[in-house]
Every structure is written in C-alpha cells, then in structure tokens.
Design a binder for this molecule. Structure first.
Ligand SMILES: Nc1ncnc2c1ncn2[C@@H]1O[C@H](COP(=O)(O)OP(=O)(O)OP(=O)(O)O)[C@@H](O)[C@H]1O
Ligand SMILES: [Mg+2]
Length: 350
C-alpha cells in the first residue's frame, strides 16, 4: 500500500512498561487512524505520560511493539522518529526568541536559512502569532507560549503529534478557546494527534476516539458518544460524567423492551444489551440530563419510567438546574429544567 493511502498511522501492540515491580503501562494495544484525534483520559498515575513517552522514544518499553506508518519504531532513538511531543509546561527554550524556538528543529536538520525563515513565518501565521517572532518567550502569555510549543512541534511535519495535557496551565476560558483551535488545526492539516487530558469535558468535546485508562490498563476505547452512552463498567461510567445507578433485576424481556425491577419500581428499558436474561442482577445507569421532575399527579410522557422522590436541593448551573432528589435512601441527580420525568437513555452494566 502506498504511504499516502495507509489508513492506520499508529499501531500499538501489547505495550508494557515496568518500573521495578510497578507496572505503569500494562499490555496496551490500539490503532490510530490517519488524521484522527485520539484522547487518553484516566486518573493521575494511570500511565498516560509513560505511554506518550514510549511513543516518542523518551522511555524504552519493557515489552510490546510500536509501529508508526508501517515502520517498527519500538527501539528507534527519539530524534530519529517522526513524532513530536508538546509537554504540559511547554518546555520552550527561554534564551531564544519565538522564531528561534519554532525554527530550532529545522535548523538542527540543517535546512537553508531562507527556508527556515519562510517556514517559521508560515507557522507563526498558522498559530496566529504574526508579528511576535522577535519576542522572548517569557514575554508571552500562557496561551501564546502554548501556541509557540504547538508551532515548534508542527515544524517538522511529524506523522503523529503527542500532546500531554497541553492546556492544563491555562485558565478556563483560554482552555476552551485553545482546544477549539487545536481541533480546527487538526482538521485543516489532517493531523494525527494523541491528546492527554484530565478534563472530561475537554476529552468529550475534542476527540474522534476516546480511550479511558486506569492502573495502566485500557478500560474502553470508543467514540465519545459510545463511551458516554455505553460505558463498559462503573469506573468508565463514572469517569465521563455524573451518573445515577439503580440496582435491580431483569424482570422480563419482550421484543426491544426490557422491564427492569428496582426497589423504587419498574423501569422500561429500550434496546437492552443482547446478553441479558430474566433474573440477572444488573445496575442501570441513568445520566442526570435524562431525568426530569414533575409534581405528583402531573402527566409526564415518560411512560412507565416514573419513580417517586423528594427534591432535597437545587443548584443553578448556567441555563440548567441540578436537582438532588432523595429516592428512598438513595440520592439521584437530575440536570434539567423541564417539568417532567423522562428516561430515554439507559444503559446497563453487567
Ligand atoms: N521514571 C519513573 N520511575 C519510576 N516510576 C515512574 C517513572 N515514571 C512514571 N512512574 C510511575 O508510573 C506510573 C504512571 O505514571 P505516569 O506519569 O505515566 O501517569 P499519568 O497518567 O501521566 O499521571 P498524571 O495524570 O498525574 O500526569 C505512576 O505510578 C508513576 O509514579
Ligand atoms: Mg502525566
């Protein structure tokens, strides 16, 4: 297959890194398609940085294989790889100007001066830093430094861009703006990116593919919607947003509908997973935005999915209200301003 036709840019097979007796990355495998943005999320210490460092060549794997664009690069030295990494603290060269930082990699590769100059100009424009080329990097804001780091990483046209929490030093508004810019740049230049973040909302909004990690292990890979609506277990469900769990038993299955018996009453669940049978004990996962509230006796269009509760508190979050509702001895969260109970999106944990 010709290089430009290859659809998989990165293939990670059974990658493991042990530090002494501690396994930081444990038998991780995944594929990244060309031109896609894949985001890794997971708690602190779950192995995200170690994984990126192995892909970029800064850390040697204990086991496994890394194939970049068809070439096995597992043991290739870092500066011989077509990868570029942006670190959380940007790691800019403080004694150099913005232009010198961006052009550094090109200069090292002995590109002609003219070429370096015009490439740096092009990159400055790309990350919207025109006119700031002669500044020292300390004279820039956090967001501007972030753009320099990005431009420097892009200067060598890496086959893959590795971004390790690149926005975590920025304030909330700038974070949102920069993540939109990164996404735009990625689509415009058809970049293949691995992005690491702690921020669930950032992960949900920026990614083509989301990977949830815990304890060095990949828990689930899928589109943000798949992971949000069909998490494979409680950890993943909890990690990508607020969640309500209802424990219960499968009472009956007919056609596309399952009746799920909980201590608070029966819930009708559409399109349950294939592998459930009557009598199975499960947990139903209901996102807060899928629960509405109504006064007793008021009509709702939630069909059978109505349970009784008592509103304990409400909190305004922008345009919506978060209600905390006591249902028996369980607290249930509802993110909604609509006056009815409605449970359209349910999924089950086996
Ligand atoms: N050089 C090292 N020597 C020993 N242990 C290490 C080394 N680097 C990382 N670790 C350990 O490996 C585990 C994974 O670390 P890693 O930095 O990959 O986590 P992370 O997911 O990036 O966390 P964070 O979200 O806090 O950045 C941690 O327990 C860490 O202490
Ligand atoms: Mg890290």
């Amino acid at each position: 297959m010709a290089d430009h036709e290859r659809s998989t840019v990165l293939e990670i097979q059974n990658l493991t890194k042990r530090f002494g007796r501690m396994t930081a990355v444990d038998n991780v495998s995944f594929l990244l398609e060309n031109g896609k943005l894949m985001t890794f999320v997971g708690p602190s210490g779950c192995g995200k940085t170690t994984l990126l460092r192995m892909i970029s060549g800064l850390t040697e794997p204990t086991e496994g294989q890394i194939v970049l664009d068809g070439e096995d690069i597992t043991f290739l030295r870092a500066n011989a790889r077509d990868t570029a990494m942006v670190f959380q603290n940007y790691a800019l060269f403080p004694h150099m100007t913005v232009s010198q930082n961006i052009g550094f990699g090109l200069q090292i590769r002995k590109k002609p001066k003219d070429e370096v100059k015009s490439e740096v100009e092009r990159l400055l424009e790309l990350v919207q830093l025109q006119g700031l080329g002669d500044r020292k990097t300390q004279q820039l804001s956090g967001g501007q430094q972030q753009r320099v780091a990005l431009a420097r990483a892009l200067s060598l046209h890496p086959k893959i861009l590795l971004l390790d929490e690149p926005l975590s030093n920025l304030d909330a508004n700038l974070r949102v703006m920069m993540r939109e810019e990164i996404r735009k740049l990625q689509e415009q230049l058809h970049l293949s990116i691995i992005f690491v973040t702690h921020d669930q909302e950032e992960a949900m909004s920026i990614s083509d593919i989301l990977v949830v990690m815990n304890n060095g292990i990949v828990k689930q890979i899928g589109s943000p919607t798949e992971i949000y609506e069909r998490p494979i277990d409680e950890f993943v469900a909890n990690f990508v947003g607020y969640i309500n769990f209802f424990a219960g038993t499968v009472y009956s299955l007919s056609g596309d509908e399952m009746i799920f018996r909980t201590e608070h009453g029966d819930l009708a669940i559409q399109q349950p997973p294939m592998q459930v049978s009557p009598g199975d004990r499960l947990k139903a996962v209901i996102r807060p935005e899928s629960i509405g509230i109504a006064r007793p006796g008021h009509q709702t269009d939630a069909g059978k999915n109505v349970i009784e509760g008592c509103v304990v508190s409400n909190m305004y979050i922008g345009a919506i209200i978060r209600y905390t509702i006591a249902v028996g001895d369980q607290m249930v969260y509802s993110l909604n301003s609509l006056p009815w109970i409605f449970l359209p999106k349910l999924c089950l944990l086996l």
